[in-house]
Structures are given as C-alpha cells and as structure tokens.
Design a protein around this ligand. Sequence first.
Ligand code: FMN
Ligand code: SF4
Length: 620
Amino acid sequence: MYNREHLLEAAGTPMPLTETEQSVLMRIVDRHAADATQLVQILREVQASFRHIPADAMDSLAAALGIERAQVQAVAEFYTFFSTKPRGRYDILISDSITDHMLGSREIAAYLSERLGIQPGETRSDGQVSFDYTSCTGMCEQGPAGLVNGLTLTQLTRERIDRIVDLVNAGTPVTQWPREFFAVKDNIRRADLILKTELKPGSALKWSNTRGADSTLAEIEKSGLRGRGGAGFSTGMKWKFCRQAKSGPADAPAERYVVCNADEGEPGTFKDRVLLQSYADQVFEGMTLCGRVIGARQGYLYLRGEYLYLGDHLDRVLQERRRNHLLGSNILGEPGFDFDIEVRIGAGAYICGEESALIESLEGKRGVPRNRPPYPVTHGYRNKPTVVNNVETFAAAALIGLKGGAWFADVGTEKSKGTKILSISGDCAKPGIYEYPFGTSIRKILDDCGATNTLGLQIGGPSGIFISDREFDRVLGFEDLPTGGSFMIFDRTRDILEIVRNFTHFFAHESCGFCTPCRVGTSLLRNQLDKLCAGHGAKGDLVELTHISKLVKNTSHCGLGQTAANPILSTLERYPELYEQRLRAKAFEPGFDLDGALEVARRMAGRDDAHAHLEQEAVL
Ligand SMILES: Cc1cc2nc3c(=O)[nH]c(=O)nc-3n(C[C@H](O)[C@H](O)[C@H](O)COP(=O)(O)O)c2cc1C
Ligand code: SF4
C-alpha cells in the first residue's frame, strides 16, 4: 500500500504523511477502537502498511489514542519487528537459532545475501527487499527457517533461495508464492495423555457446568498439575489465588482475566506451536474452564509474532466456538457464564514471554518486566487479578476438567504429575514432538529419537542447563530436570563453545535493557565468548567470565538475566578442559587493541620504535 520512496525519512529527515496515508492510519486506529492498550497491534498494522513506523505517524497515533508521543516511540523502538526506517517490500529474516545453524542456515543466509546483493541488516537501494537475522522462529526441526513479511518459511535450500530471489525481483505478492515454502509440519512422534486423549469441544465445559466451579477447581488441585511454561507453579493454587483476589470495590462487578502465554520464544521450543495448530480447541477449552473457575469474562491468547501464520487459524477456531455457544454469553446455556477470547500478537521480543512483561505488552507498552510482588494473580492485566498460564498447561487443564484429577495424577512422579511435551531438535534421526510421563530417563528419550554419538544436550533452552553424556540416567521432572520443553541434542562433532557463544549472543540481543547487570553483563559475556572462540582468550578471561556470569545471575531484575549465564556456568562446570584448550599462553589480552588503534598516529608521526608502542599485558 505504501508506494512513496521515503528516501528523506530513510536518511533521517521525517516526511509528513500524505492525506491518503493519514486516512490509512486512522482506519487502523478505528479498527482497534482507538484503544491505547492495543498499541502493539496498531503498530503491527502500521509497520505492515507503511513498511516502517513513520515519525509523523507517531504524532498522529499519540493524538488519536490520547497517549504521550514518547510512549508510541518507546514501543516502536522496543520490538524487533518494528522499524523506524523503511524496510523492503519483502522483509526477509533468517532464523539464527543454533539448531538452524546446524541445518545450514548460515550458508543459506550467505547465499541469500550474495543473490540479493545486500548484507544482513540492509535494505536494497530500490527498496524492494531487506534481509537480516532474527532470533529462533520456532521451526527448529524443519529449518533452516525464516520469515518473509512475517510469514514462516521452512526448509530453506539454495534452490528455494533462487526461486525466492526470482519472486522478489518479479514483485510477486507473497500470497502467490508456492505454498510448500510455508508448509509447517506437526511432526508428532510420541503421543501420551495430552496428545492422545480426545476432547470433544465443549465436553469439559459441560462437565464443569454440571458439577460447578468449586468442584472443577478441586479436580485441578487434585491433579497436581504444575505450570508447563518452565517455573512449575501449582496451577490449582494459581487459579485459587486469583479467584480469591479482590478485583475492586465489593459492589462493583468482578473484573478478572485469563491470559494464555503463547510467546514460546525459548530457542529450541516448538511444542506450543503444534498445540495451537492441531489442538487449539483444547487450549481454548482450558482457558474457558479457567474463566469459569476464577470468574473472568475475558481471555487473551498472546501469540508470538513469529507465529503470525497461526493467527487466522486461531480466529477461525474461536468463531466456530462462538457459533457453538462455547464462547460468548451464557455458555452452553449456563446463566451468567460469559467468557470470550481474543488473540493478540507480539512483535518479536523474547522477554514478552515473562508473564509481567507479557502483560505490559498486552497493555500496549514496552515489554519490561514489572517488580514482583505483587504477582499477576492479584495485580495483572489492567491491574486486575489475572491467571497467566502456558499453552500446554491450559491443554492439560481441559482434559483434567473432563477426566478428573486422579486420571492425571496417576501418571508421573510424586512431585511431577502427568506428562511433559518435548520439542526435540538437533542431532537425532527423528526430531519432532514427543510426550513422556514425568520420570522418563534422558537415555530412553535419546534412544527413541534416534540420537547416536551424543555429546550432550541443552534442556530447557539457552536459559536451561547443559547435560553431559555422563548424566543420561537423569530423569524428566521437577525433582531432577525441569524443562519448558526444549530438548536440543548435540553429537560429538559439535563445538560446545560455539553453542554457548550462540546462546550468549541470543541473551545479549534479547535483554530488554531495563537493568544494568543484565544489559551490560550480557554484552560483556557475549564479547568474552567471541574472544575465547576466536582464540584470543587468556587465563584471566576465564576468571572474568565466571565473575561476570555470577554477577549477572545474582543481580538481574528478572528471569532472563538470572538465567542468561546458565549455558556458560553449566558448561564451565562440566567441560573446564574445553575452555582451557582455547586459551592462549598469555595471561591476559585486552578486548580492545589500544596499541593497534594508535597505528595511524604513529604513521603520521613517522615513528615505529619501541617507545611508540604500548605494552598492554596484565598478569592476573
Ligand atoms: C525471560 C522469560 C521468558 C519466558 N517465556 C515464556 C514463554 O515463552 N512461555 C511461557 O509459557 N512461559 C514463559 N516464561 C514463564 C512465564 O513468566 C510464566 O511463568 C508462565 O507463563 C506461567 O505459566 P505456567 O504456570 O502455566 O507455566 C518465561 C519466563 C521468563 C523469565
Ligand atoms: S534482567 Fe534483563 S530482561 Fe530482565 S529486566 Fe533486567 S535487563 Fe530486562
């Protein structure tokens, strides 16, 4: 829709919007009822229509939404998928996850760069195409993956890149590109309680209407279900606290919210993608059940921007549920049981998976984590009591609503009831989705997915831990190895330090920048790993690496910073020799080559004697 070349804006001079552009902008605002809490959604549409967020549009949006311009600008600058400079008509991003690397993404990206004639981060001079890297797009078992104008591309090959470049050069709309470029498979390899048990839409709600909200909550508590997003908090307790929390004056109608966390940004995790693709009814049923228990009338599913391709499908499932009286007023004829769900889409920020940052984003703000306490169960969305649960948690809750708590609690271990859905990727013959009872050993999982010659695996994504081949008898579960579901396998041909380097780059890129230990610390860790991997590390650097890691872990404001050093600490503990082997004989080499930087001055002064050089070695 946006045809002007905005060269001045690209060069830093803001251009006023034309009348037509203003009316496009106002139509976007109207579609969102000029609701400032929808700022992220509004900016998504502005970005799609104008290929960037024009400076003039920020002024107009601030006026139309009744908020400060600074807020609009801060949000526009926070999310990776927004840009204040025009991007190409085709905006191509290549997934930079370690599992994509292992499938050849770096070579594919280099080839794309060569064919397009631009470097990562650049837009071609004709404005036709931009290309860059992006954090894991959640297609780890069918990479190398990427996005074009927000839509998922899978299984990229050189041949596909050739065809994509032709389509870009010919100006073929993305909607007319071959469908197979966008095919996303489920790859379910092992189904258990959650993936195998059939749930007829509405059946759990019908049961709940019969036995009542108290008894439904009692079943959830009896099941022992714990959150599947990583932290493992008791779901029954969370729902109970929220239900008991005061939402305002006693004479005002209660206002509570249900939020499904479908941000799934942890590299290596893609099981929520599959649940949303093939079990969406079950997830929505769990959310509705929660709404009934806590007395909420509105739910939101916060979908990560990388899963934009799922948006229409989810809206269709919601429409179908409304038609079948499973959403809306008096659900299934139960007077006063009113509940509806809306899908809100993120814009490329891993931190928005943290529940309080997610709520900020839902409110139209930057995804900066809140101080906790208070927790969302008492002060969540719009400062009202809110349950935030993971997609898998809601899918499990729906089945518990139908089958009862004992059915679920019968499976698993004492402290970890039920099953866990794993996203398995990396070095194995059969990557994909595997559901296991808690208590299953790592060895059994590796056997099932055809992993051989395994060096180790990263459990729980970069924020989790690295398990070596001496630990394969350990088991899944909160007692031993808790996980949000990411299971990345590495065989003996892999370089552990390169893996850790990829993870530290991820955290440095995704730190929201709010607190200093994480903002500065994750960058320092990234630089240290770069230095080590380039063979410039010295013994002092290892001391420094450990010191910064502990500092970042112990002093950061939220879970991102608190876990960012995990890959370093867990591999340093298990493989100190690998780090030692990379060190140079020198005790210390500075990250900045001061002597080299003085070369120009030496040449100008015509000197190259010993006194004109700086000695920079420090012995620690
Ligand atoms: C940096 C960070 C990212 C997170 N990302 C996710 C996520 O993508 N999905 C998720 O369910 N939980 C994520 N969490 C955990 C959430 O904060 C929260 O604990 C979870 O949504 C609660 O749901 P549950 O009780 O069902 O697990 C993340 C936490 C942190 C610190
Ligand atoms: S720890 Fe990192 S991500 Fe969390 S608030 Fe601080 S800067 Fe932001």
